[in-house]
Write a protein that binds this ligand. Structure first.
Ligand SMILES: [Zn+2]
Length: 322
């Protein structure tokens, strides 16, 4: 994926994995086959694998370079982790570190590691295994935690909300706290002049979104507010992993409305290619449409037409990266 420019800031995507994940009727408890079927055409192959019927799910970090900071948003699953509560994520051997390097990112130069929330698949590369010890992957960074999520997932505060996170705090969070690299915030955080994090609860109690604004353009890193672009069409579909479903839907609708109204580029954690989209109200005004980033995405004629007219009204943030 080429670099994305948001004003003067640069955004890169560092991939850990991309492939068929869960079937939609498993990931979305509110799933409705009849509503879903008319959308299969534009979802295959980037967002739905035809053969398996599974949603295409990716795991990636977003790298943001502003005028003053180098930031990693979310750190995926990680390698070599013991995951008794969620075996599919145990002992992975992905090329994440090589991908980071290939993107021209030096992990020693990262200033901040921001996590949208502290679920198992957003904190893994906080640490790497060196000589049998978990050490910070980004040794010169401050790791920035929402206080609410930090308290929620600290096993010292009682049983975890779910077993999937068993062992996660111990190997991916405690070591960066012990290294003196943790920074916490409560309601809103102005990290640098161009980057702000704010609470978007529901998926997890302290889930946050992150806005990057430069020269009037904004990218909104939305973490797990939506796992698939089908949730843009059906915001009432929560993921299985949303902890407070009422609040998660409310937050999803709020973020979609804001992106549609203000022309923000939505950059979620798990979408298939091209991994980012603008959002527009549908013609009836009853819901939203994803207008995917870039040119080579499969979309129906009506959506493509909508996209063209919508994008013509925006300043294009897309320039080839250096
Ligand atoms: Zn996730």
């Amino acid at each position: 994926m080429m670099d994305i420019r948001i004003g003067k800031a640069i955004v890169k995507r560092v991939e850990e994995s991309l492939g068929p994940g869960a079937p939609p009727d498993v990931l979305f408890p509110e799933f409705d086959q009849g509503k879903f079927d008319p959308h299969k055409d534009w979802m295959i192959p980037n967002h739905l694998e035809a053969e398996s019927g599974c949603l295409m799910i990716s795991s990636a970090s977003w790298y943001v370079e502003t005028q003053s900071s180098k930031i990693i948003i979310d750190t995926c699953v990680g390698n070599c982790k013991d995951r008794p509560g969620y075996p599919p994520f145990a002992n992975l051997e992905t090329d994440y570190l090589a991908n980071l390097k290939a993107a021209g990112i030096d992990r020693e130069e990262i200033d901040y590691v921001l996590m949208t929330h502290l679920h198992i698949d957003h904190v893994g590369w906080n640490t790497t295994l060196e000589d049998g010890k978990w050490v910070p992957t980004f040794p010169n960074a401050k790791y920035v935690f929402s206080e609410i999520d930090l308290a929620t997932w600290d096993p010292a505060n009682g049983p975890l909300p779910n077993d999937a996170n068993l062992g996660v705090f111990e190997d991916s969070i405690q070591p960066v706290i012990d290294a003196g690299l943790a920074l916490t915030w409560k309601e809103k955080l102005k990290l640098d002049p161009e980057v702000t994090a704010y609470l978007t609860p529901g998926h997890s109690p302290g889930h946050c979104a992150i806005n990057l604004t430069s020269e009037g353009q904004t990218a909104l890193f939305s973490g797990d507010i939506m796992h698939s672009p089908i949730q843009v069409i059906f915001p009432e579909w929560n993921s299985l992993f949303c902890e407070d479903r009422v609040l998660a839907e409310e937050t999803r609708r709020k973020i979609l409305a804001e992106c549609a109204q203000k022309g923000y580029l939505l950059m979620p954690a798990h979408w298939g290619k091209p991994h980012a989209a603008y959002v527009k109200k549908n013609a009836e005004g009853t819901g939203y449409l994803p207008l995917f980033y870039g040119e080579d995405m499969p979309m129906g004629g009506a959506v493509a037409q909508e996209k063209k007219s919508f994008l013509s009204k925006l300043v294009s943030p897309f320039q080839k990266g250096g």
